[in-house]
Design a protein around this ligand. Structure first.
Ligand code: ATP
Ligand code: MG
Length: 240
């Protein structure tokens, strides 16, 4: 459902994505890791059209995303994204945050949207927080609201960009548990993370980016046991 073929991208003189070839099939979980500045965020942002690609071909849900965009609203309704910093609307309640887009974009009635939001809050384990405002929640709870908000649009693909790296250790697990459940339910996911325990348990494949290039891509077993590239070995020795 996602395919990068020879994708290149520059920011001015900086060559951020170099000849990216990568595909994610329906129901697969791809974990992307790599050093800071290697292009991980840029890579996932291309998938929902937040960044245009330069050369190459990027196909997402049968749409070809070249320099010119197809209907981005439509694409973003199908590709959910969760960032490191949850970006919730501070003036809205949890329920308000989750129901906004489904009502505006999908045309659900308030009652429908709220029913769905409540079910999603149940799913991410915080049904009692519906009436609270983001400021009243812990970081882990906010991130779970952000996930519920993305899921409320019934996305076909979910992108996560370091969803736990702004969280305290005890909150990391509760968010990773939600991601693990999503993966088990068959969601197609691209997850930028340095949580290698999670990657090992949940990923179908792991890709390591270095200076905009994919230097290793393999199933978790081989990725950890028999990394082929020196840069993978160096990266793993730093974070494991
Ligand atoms: P991190 O682990 O720190 O989040 P990353 O792997 O996600 O890093 P990117 O955010 O994709 O890296 O950035 C890749 C490179 O592109 C970096 O050198 C960054 O400074 C640069 N870059 C990112 N966004 C822009 C932009 N909008 N304009 C110019 N340069 C950018
Ligand atoms: Mg990043």
């Amino acid at each position: 459902v996602v395919e990068f073929a020879g994708v290149q991208k520059h920011f001015g003189d900086l060559h951020v994505l170099r000849d990216i070839n990568l595909s994610v099939r329906q129901g697969e979980v791809l974990v992307i890791c790599g050093p800071s500045g290697s292009g991980k965020s840029t890579l996932v942002r291309c998938v929902n059209g937040l960044e245009p690609i330069g050369a190459g071909r990027l196909t997402v849900l049968s749409r070809l995303l070249n320099g010119r965009f197809p209907d981005l609203r439509e694409l973003r309704a199908e590709v959910g994204m969760v960032f490191q910093h949850f970006n919730l609307y501070p003036h809205l309640t949890v329920l308000g945050n989750i129901t906004l887009a489904p009502m505006k974009v999908r045309g659900l009635s308030r009652a429908e949207a709220e029913g769905k939001a409540q079910a999603l809050l149940e799913r991410v384990g915080i049904p009692e927080k519906a009436k609270q405002h983001p400021a009243q929640l812990s970081g882990g709870q906010r991130q779970r609201v952000a996930i519920a908000r993305a899921l409320a649009m019934d996305p076909k693909i979910m992108l996560f960009d370091e969803p736990t790296s702004a969280l305290d250790p005890e909150m990391i697990k509760e968010v990773l548990d939600v991601l693990t459940d999503l993966a088990r339910d068959g969601m197609t996911m691209m997850v930028v993370t340095h949580e290698m325990g999670f990657a090992r348990r949940v990923a179908d494949r792991i890709a390591l980016l270095d200076h905009g290039r994919i230097v290793e891509e393999n199933d978790p077993e081989r990725f950890f046991k028999t990394p082929r590239d020196e840069r993978t070995k160096a990266f793993l020795s730093k974070i494991l």
